[in-house]
Write a protein that binds this ligand. Structure first.
Ligand code: G4P
Length: 291
């Protein structure tokens, strides 16, 4: 997996990104970290705490439509225990987005009140979105921007080049998200990023990846996955390895090549696509143990 790291995020790239985010951080009062609700550990940038220091933070568990609801609640509770406000959102349908501004209000309440006490009538606080690629940063900004009309253009005193959306009476959102790098420090993380599509398939062996996904799914045995391919417990017990199950899945879909052999590459791509579209069930791959 270190090859992937080299292709997508070489150290120079990370340093540049870090500097860019640090510059934007100077302009904001809080950071909104977007995570993929299915993989809140793997979709988290390892340096986030270090980068944002003491800035107040809101976590958005995005793509909650594809995650297991109980697990998402466990994550929200976990963050709460660690004094971080987290909300579940689905930027595709807009579900949960209406809780964003009230949550920001709670998190920045102290600061707002202190500014009001200092005589500011209508204080404006600013926030920015950060997250690794593919977690839904643009989707979130588009959603929020759609709900609110005005884009605040550059104006005197505001660093040139930055544009802001007015998202409520007291808040503005930076229109460009901070793209963070994912972590690649272990195989599981890289696999989870690949299962969810955060790492592109061109640089992965799809059959190997699908076999690993089958291994993971054989532990969880999501109902939809089992029903979709008419799999039973016996299949998992009797199969010698996940390649055999991949063949069974391909056969169920009639994916044959000349000579009657099963097209396992096609089966692998189909399985990964269906997982990414949540057709195999609402599945969370990581539960709170460590962040
Ligand atoms: P990024 O800026 O962080 O890189 O992510 P982006 O918003 O581009 O979203 C990445 C993909 O995830 C997009 O799909 C987007 O539609 C999808 N997505 C974002 N939020 C959600 C969500 O809450 N639920 C679901 N189910 N999907 C979400 P895509 O296939 O790359 O593009 P498209 O389907 O929008 O054409």
């Amino acid at each position: 997996m270190s090859e992937i790291q080299n292709i997508q995020w070489f150290p120079g790239h990370m340093t540049k990104t870090k500097r860019k985010i640090q510059a934007s951080l100077k302009l904001v009062d809080a950071v909104v970290e977007i995570l993929d609700a299915r993989i809140p550990i793997s979709s988290r940038n390892p340096d986030i705490a270090n980068l944002i220091q003491n800035k107040p933070r809101v976590v958005l568990l995005n793509k909650c439509d594809m995650a297991d609801k109980n697990s998402t609640q466990k994550w929200i509770d976990y963050f709460k225990q660690n004094n971080i406000s987290a909300i579940a959102v689905d930027c595709k349908s807009g579900k949960g987005i209406n809780r964003f501004v009230p949550t920001l209000n709670n998190v920045l309440n102290k600061k707002l009140n202190s500014l009001k006490n200092k005589g500011m009538i209508n204080p404006i606080l600013r926030v920015m979105i950060v997250g690794i690629p593919n977690v839904g940063k643009s989707s979130f900004i588009n959603r929020i921007a759609k709900q609110t009309k005005a884009k605040v253009e550059d104006r005197p005193g505001v660093t040139r080049g930055n544009q802001w959306y007015t998202i409520s009476k007291n808040f503005e959102l930076l229109d460009t998200p901070g793209v963070l790098w994912p972590k690649f420090d272990d195989q599981t993380t890289a696999e989870h990023l690949a299962f969810t599509g955060a790492i592109k398939d061109q640089i992965m062996d799809v059959e190997l990846l699908a076999m690993r996904l089958i291994e993971v799914l054989s532990d969880i045995k999501p109902q939809k996955f089992m029903e979709r391919f008419k799999l039973t417990d016996d299949v998992f017990e009797n199969a010698e390895n996940s390649y055999e199950i991949l063949k069974i899945i391909g056969k169920k879909r009639g994916m044959l090549i000349s000579g009657g052999e099963i097209d396992t590459e096609r089966a692998a791509t189909m399985l990964l696509d269906e997982f990414r579209a949540a057709k195999l069930g609402e599945i969370t791959l990581e539960l709170p143990v460590k962040v």
